[in-house]
Design a protein around this ligand. Structure first.
Ligand SMILES: Nc1ncnc2c1ncn2[C@@H]1O[C@H](COP(=O)(O)OP(=O)(O)OP(=O)(O)O)[C@@H](O)[C@H]1O
Ligand SMILES: [Mg+2]
Length: 1018
């Protein structure tokens, strides 16, 4: 058995500065995490020493490899202590470190109690372990001679040293434990000694070093399968961990590339050290590492890690993303020690993880960290194009290197010389191929002797070497016993890594009757964890691929079905990722109905968290539904459901009318007589049309849509979807129709602010504001009260609705001279922006920025320039996310006006002209007045005859736009501009006449902005 002793360095000092209460807290945390580690490796905590623990491996329960397990536990204890130290350093300004010592020896039998060992049983061993602990360096692990001997071929040890221990006369030998060894792995697998790649290895190691000095680095490694990417990365970072780097690895798999968040959440589980932990325990561990994180942020993180026990907070997907990225970056930036983050096989990464990791990468240069991304050449996603990345493209090994590698595998017996050449030829510079060929030959008995000292027993020309790597691996798999082969097949269906529990359930057998051992012996698979269940990994992705593809389809489908069923049975609640994995398994099994249901379930889970992820799941569901046999009774319904959701949400991700799939949806829903799904989809399509400035088409469709929704006769649906029609009509200038539709929502909702909150949180608040905006367009009495009421109501219903509803007042009404923002408006827009940044989607943030900008620009405040900064940010989001084109143009109008103000008349005229051209092309009706105003004023200021003529033409053009009776948004600016034009012509009487008409009209319509201008002009 092996005794482990772990103790806090300088515990007295720490106790003194922490105070009893905090000390208790810290020690309890350290001890409970340590106990978990010890138990993880099969050890037992024997006692607590006050400032440390003593644990036993191999007693009272006999344990294979007790010394090795104790070493792994010791290394992980150091890791645990390091992560706790982060928190303690942060909070208490104290450097928390532990020392660990190990010693092995035989237990005197007969003295061992059932659960607790008498001290005498192990006393001598304990003493030595304790001494080892006392001489270990802070943060280090020291092994006694006896332990070192048991593990020396499996771990990395420091030089043998002779240590003097206080109170003991004789010095004793000891060795430092540096790392769990790669070399051991290499030997166990019969891998080859590293050849070549020295310059790459050095270069990567240097980049890692640089990161250690605080200049974060990004490394990308690419090259064909089996060429040595993973090996290079492992070799380059091997020594880093013994120098205090923490290494976190995540990997991507081909079958989970459509499971959003999969890869990032695996990486974060490693970072927070919660692999294998669940619920309460995992949450506690996360919290202890980021004590300063806000409660809401923590819930978001729990949700991402799949350890949430309550509902997720009501925060939009974009805000979640922003906050998670900030949180992840903050956590990584705050790590006191250096770290390496490895993403393996990025060619199979899911898109959500990809984008989160890209955001993370942007912050890496400021961290003491290296981000290492490994991928095959076919990958061209964002992680292959990270700015500042150092790219290593691994070519096949040179002839001499591959010859050297083969020599290492075969040895130098004369009989193998000819064979070496054949192998080198077949391997074509790919080391993995060389290794597999040699393994194949050894298994076939063509080679005899030990690895590295082989003898070839036949003539080379009589030896067949399969041409392809796949064929070689296939042949090796074929030689397995039936049970082993079946085990391997099931494993390949589960994934790159698998544990005995799941494997056992899938194979319907006890773990004992599965045959994993031959898979390990043949180096097809390797063990990567011991507890709680033995966990294995395929030695190489190609092996998994061949094991997967070489199965008969029927058998494989059956395995997929079983995996799906077992996952379905054994998991409690389902996160979106888990549901998506189950769905993928069912889809591979050909169980399309089940696959469909699980994809839809995943989408529902993602819906509130990340609309892009939800859309991925709907797309998968759609594909599955389309593959259903024609006689499947619900085929049509199933084809419709995901399409309706995709069409309904396209505008949320910057979709264009061509992306919504509306025509197909219309055809399918018509065939099925499914009006509801058509209505859901059409609402989204309508909004997409409006957002993309297809105003006339949108207005036309809005009438059809309104009739359709009314014919369904579902009040909540009418309230929830009608906004799309009301909005489309308003923007197309059909103000009274817009008012009518808005009034319909108001009547049905009957005061209930959240009735029908399918797409927008408060259709009622929105409808009241739209009614106000449409009323304003017609100068109808009461519009101001409506706008105000809408804004007030929206205030109480959430961060996303608020800025949207405010747009009508702060952007549209202000720019059109109807509202003059006051100090209270400025404050409200500021507050709304703050709230939006915390929890709303990017779109809402853009709206809030625009509102903030216009309130500042249109108040005579000294914050005008700040206003333009907000405006620039808003505009950037409108462009990046392809949001409402009219609002991008609206920002341009403000910019043009400011250009004129600062004397850049040419620039103002150019920009305003471009805006007006687009407005007339698209049929947009709300902002032509302000755009024409900017243009005409700038032309008049420039003042050439041609300019004055152009100004007149611009006014005439606006005046000639057909409008419905009473529409004042054009009439008012036309009157005002005609007055200015008269002035430019020196026609004082004309000026006074138009000015008076303008003033009277502005008064009648209650446009306070224009009224103020009229007064200024008098
Ligand atoms: N330079 C080298 N010297 C000796 N052995 C090597 C070398 N490069 C790779 N190998 C061995 O070849 C095998 C395949 O290498 P590795 O797994 O790194 O390939 P890879 O490029 O990551 O492939 P994939 O794209 O399939 O993941 C491993 O067993 C590895 O140990
Ligand atoms: Mg690899």
């Amino acid at each position: 058995m092996t005794v482990l002793f772990a103790d806090v360095v300088r515990s007295m000092e720490i106790a003194a500065s922490l105070g009893p209460e905090r000390l208790h807290q810290v020690m309890t945390e350290l001890v409970s995490r340590s106990v978990a580690v010890v138990e993880h490796y099969g050890g037992t905590v024997d006692k607590f020493t006050g400032d440390g623990i003593m644990a036993l491996f191999g007693a009272p329960i006999t344990l294979e490899n007790h010394a090795f397990r104790a070493c792994l536990a010791a290394l992980e204890l150091q890791q645990v202590a390091r992560s706790l130290a982060v928190e303690v350093a942060h909070r208490d300004g104290i450097d928390l470190q532990i020392r660990v010592g190990l010693n092995s020896g035989r237990v005197i039998t007969g003295e061992v109690g059932a659960t607790h060992l008498g001290y005498t049983a192990v006393g001598a061993h304990v003493g030595m372990a304790q001494r080892m602990e006392s001489v270990a360096p802070p943060g280090g692990v020291m092994l006694s001679e006896s332990t070192a001997r048991l593990v020396e071929d499996r771990v990395v040890l420091g030089e043998r040293e002779t240590v003097h221990i206080k109170g003991f006369a004789t010095a004793v030998p000891a060795r430092r434990l540096l790392a769990a060894d790669l070399e051991h792995r290499r030997k166990a697998r019969g891998d080859s000694r590293l050849v070549g790649r020295q310059s790459e290895k050095d270069a990567v190691a240097e980049l890692v070093d640089r990161a250690g000095r605080g200049e974060g680095t990004i490394v990308a490694v690419t090259g064909r399968p089996g060429v040595g990417k993973t090996r290079l990365v492992r070799e380059s970072v091997a020594t880093a961990s013994s120098r205090g780097f923490e290494v976190f690895v995540t990997y991507c798999e081909s079958h989970t590339r459509d499971v959003p968040f999969h890869v990032i959440s695996r990486l974060l589980r490693a970072v927070f050290g919660i692999v294998g932990l669940a619920g309460e325990e995992a949450r506690a561990r996360v919290r202890s590492q980021i004590p300063e994180a806000g409660a809401e942020d923590l819930l978001l993180l729990d949700d991402l890690l799949g350890i949430c026990d309550s509902g997720c907070p009501d925060i939009s997907p974009d805000a979640r993303r922003r906050r998670l990225v900030n949180l992840i970056n903050a956590v990584s930036l705050a790590r006191p020690g250096p770290a390496i983050y490895i993403v393996e096989d990025a060619q199979w990464i899911d898109s959500v993880s990809e984008s989160l990791l890209s955001d993370f990468a942007a912050a890496v240069p400021r961290m003491r960290a290296t981000l290492l991304v490994v991928y095959r050449p076919e990958y061209s996603g964002t992680l292959s194009r990270l700015p500042d990345a150092h790219l290593f493209t691994l070519a096949p090994l040179s002839d001499s290197h591959i010859a050297e590698l083969i020599k290492g595998l075969l040895g130098e017996h004369p009989s193998v010389r000819g064979l070496s050449m054949v192998i080198a030829d077949r391997a074509a510079g790919v080391p993995f191929a060389a290794e597999e060929i040699v393994r194949d030959l050894a298994e076939r008995g063509e080679l005899e002797g030990d690895p590295g000292a082989c003898v070839c027993v036949r003539e080379v020309r009589d030896i067949h070497v399969p041409a392809s790597l796949q064929a070689i691996i296939g042949a090796r798999i074929d030689r397995l016993s039936a049970t082993a082969k079946r085990t391997l097949h099931a494993a390949a269906v589960i994934g790159a890594q698998f544990d005995t529990e799941l494997l056992g359930s899938v194979l319907d057998s006890t773990p004992d009757s599965m045959d994993v051992a031959p898979l390990i012996e043949t180096a097809l698979v390797e063990q990567i964890a011991f507890t709680p269940h033995a966990t294995y990994a395929f030695a190489h992705p190609l092996i998994q691929m061949v094991a997967y593809e070489s199965q008969l389809k029927a058998g494989r489908s059956e395995l997929h079905r079983r995996v799906a069923a077992v996952l379905q049975r054994t998991q409690g609640g389902f996160t979106g990722q888990q549901a998506a994995v189950v769905a993928t398994q069912y889809a591979a099994a050909g169980d399309l109905r089940d696959a469909f249901d699980w994809h839809m379930q995943a989408a529902t889970w993602y819906g509130a968290r990340d609309i892009r992820a939800a859309r991925k799941s709907w797309q998968q569901a759609l594909r599955v539904a389309d593959r259903l046999p024609l006689d499947e009774p619900d085929r049509l319904t199933m084809r419709i459901a995901p399409r309706a959701r995709l069409c309904g949400t396209a505008f949320q991700v910057g979709g264009t009318p061509a992306d919504t799939g509306f025509d197909e949806l219309r055809a399918l829903t018509t065939a099925a007589g499914d009006k509801k799904s058509l209505a859901v989809g059409m609402a989204g399509h309508l909004t997409t049309l409006t957002f993309n400035a297809h105003h006339q088409e949108a207005a036309g469709m809005a009438s059809e849509f309104a009739t359709l929704v009314e014919s369904i006769g579902d009040p909540a649906m009418t309230v929830g979807l009608f906004y799309a029609a009301a909005q489309a009509k308003w923007e197309a200038g059909a103000a009274s129709e817009s008012m009518r539709l808005a009034q319909r929502i108001i009547d049905i909702a009957d005061g209930d602010p959240t009735m029908g909150s399918l797409v927008i949180r408060s259709p009622l608040a929105n409808a009241i504001a739209v009614k106000g905006a449409a009323g304003m367009s017609l100068g109808r009495p009461g519009w101001r009260d409506d706008l105000e009421e809408g804004v007030v109501l929206a205030r109480s219903v959430g961060a996303t609705t608020r800025p949207f509803v405010q747009l009508y007042k702060y952007a549209a009404a202000t720019q059109n001279g109807a509202v003059l923002p006051d100090a209270q408006d400025v404050a409200q827009a500021a507050e709304t922006l703050e709230v939006a940044q915390r929890s709303a989607n990017n779109t809402a943030v853009a709206y809030a920025l625009l509102n903030r900008a216009t309130t500042l620009i249109h108040t005579d405040s000294d914050e005008r320039s700040a206003g333009f900064e907000f405006l620039a940010k808003a505009r950037e989001i409108f462009v990046d996310e392809q949001l409402i084109v009219a609002l991008r143009r609206m920002s341009d109008i403000e910019i043009a006006r400011e250009r004129a103000r600062s004397g850049d008349l040419d620039g103002a005229i150019e920009l305003a002209t471009a805006v007006i051209v687009e407005q007339f092309d698209t049929g947009e009706m709300i902002f032509r007045g302000p755009a024409t105003t900017v243009l005409v004023e700038a032309l008049l200021s420039r003042g050439s005859t041609a300019d004055i003529n152009d100004a007149e033409r611009a006014i005439d053009r606006l005046a000639a736009v057909p409008t419905e009776p009473g529409f004042v948004l054009h009439e008012l600016p036309v009157l005002r501009l005609r007055a200015l034009l008269a002035c430019a012509h020196g026609d004082e009487a004309g000026y006074q006449q138009f000015l008076e008409r303008f003033r009277a009209k502005a008064q009648e319509a209650d446009f306070e902005g224009y009224l103020a201008q009229a007064q200024a002009m008098a």
